[in-house]
Design a protein around this ligand. Structure first.
Ligand code: ATP
Ligand code: MG
Length: 348
């Protein structure tokens, strides 16, 4: 309903704008022609008058006179004025149209993200709560439960609370990243941190194969441990989540030209070129079926990108071969990053 109304409104505004444009072009042409006619008429009159007065004997002589040249000059100025104004008007109308269209698109995107966020957040919050409630009720009603079942139920409830905890932490972190994030920098062995995380994930996802390749020695960096952990976990969990049909996830770590390079590659569903920039926006989730089947709020990559930015690093997303995605991060080692990061500098 809303969408159809929007389309109708847009169509109407396009028709009005097209009408204005055509009407203005038409009036400009009419004005131009009238100006020309007036010039010819004045020229004829002037010529007849001057011949009658005996001031000129031929039209070629007339075209040399100061009176004619003045008339021609005035005509040319008026013509340029008409054409100039027409061009300025048409250009401003087109620029205005472009700006309106752009802000309309932005607004639509923001509305879509808000809607996505509300839908996913409600779902993400509600389903673990409902599941924990059900488990607790079951345990309350059925006094004696087999140890094995009890363990399974408790395990499920624990996983649900972990999910809730993760979601709430992500929400809080993303709110903090917007206003008051200051990386708590400390000497950090990134290689060790990544290997630790990979070990935990191997345990949590035994069906997946996590390979790790390290190219040479990785220097110690001055970075926020919690932030870097969040970056690696978010990227690896995405690789797991969007890896339908594949179970191989590769992590590379290298040190090139004063920069640590971290790459996380999967062979999953991949990301369309047109989506590559948008996925780092807050609450953005790709709107295809593959993504919708998975759980998420669209906060993960926003958090990753903001943390990397706060460490003066860069993040890129590339296609893996034959399919899948590679997230590549470059983190500077020797630079101003060693100083405590001041959020006020970023805001200015
Ligand atoms: P959250 O991380 O908050 O639980 P999410 O995973 O949907 O939710 P992001 O991590 O920000 O959110 O990712 C944004 C979107 O980018 C995802 O919804 C998914 O469509 C796409 N995406 C991210 N990583 C990958 C990947 N490795 N392969 C394919 N698509 C990906
Ligand atoms: Mg994610």
């Amino acid at each position: 309903m809303e969408h159809a109304r929007n389309i109708r409104l847009r169509l109407l505004s396009y028709i009005v704008i097209a009408y204005m444009l055509l009407a203005y072009i038409w009036w400009s042409v009419v004005l131009y022609e009238k100006n020309k006619d007036a010039f010819y008429a004045k020229r004829e009159l002037l010529l007849i008058g001057m011949v009658a007065e005996g001031r000129v004997s031929s039209s070629s002589e007339f075209y040399q006179t100061a009176t004619y040249l003045e008339l021609k000059d005035k005509y040319q100025t008026q013509t340029s004025m008409i054409l100039g104004e027409a061009v300025v008007f048409v250009c401003s109308l087109l620029i205005g149209l472009y700006l309106i269209n752009r802000s309309y698109h932005k607004e639509m995107m923001a509305a879509r993200q808000r809607r996505n966020f509300l839908l996913s957040i409600t779902h993400e919050l509600k389903s673990p709560i409902a599941s924990i409630q059900l488990i607790l009720e079951t345990m309350q009603k059925r006094g004696t439960i087999k140890q094995e079942i009890k363990e399974r139920l408790l395990n499920n409830a624990l996983n649900d609370t972990k999910r809730l905890n993760g979601l709430v932490s992500n929400l809080l972190l993303s709110a903090k990243l917007e206003s008051a994030y200051q990386p708590h920098r400390e000497n950090l062995d990134l290689a060790e941190l990544i290997e630790d995380i990979l070990d935990k994930l191997r345990h949590k996802h035994p069906t997946f194969k996590f390979s790790y390749i390290q190219d040479g020695n990785i220097p110690i960096i001055h970075a926020d441990r919690t932030g870097m952990t969040s970056v690696a976990i978010n990227l690896l969990e995405n690789a797991i989540k969007y890896s339908t049909g594949s179970t191989e996830i590769q992590t590379y770590l290298s040190f090139v030209k004063d920069q640590i390079i971290l790459k996380i590659a999967d062979n999953g569903i991949g990301i369309d070129d047109k989506e590559k920039k948008k996925i780092f926006e807050k609450f953005y989730r790709i709107g295809n079926e593959d993504t919708r089947k998975t759980k998420g709020t669209g906060l993960g990559l926003y958090i990753v990108a903001e943390i990397i930015k706060a460490h003066q690093g860069r993040i890129n997303v590339l296609d893996n071969k034959p399919h899948g995605t590679i997230f590549s991060i470059q983190l500077p080692v020797k630079n101003k990053a060693a100083e405590p990061f001041d959020i006020s500098r970023r805001a200015s």
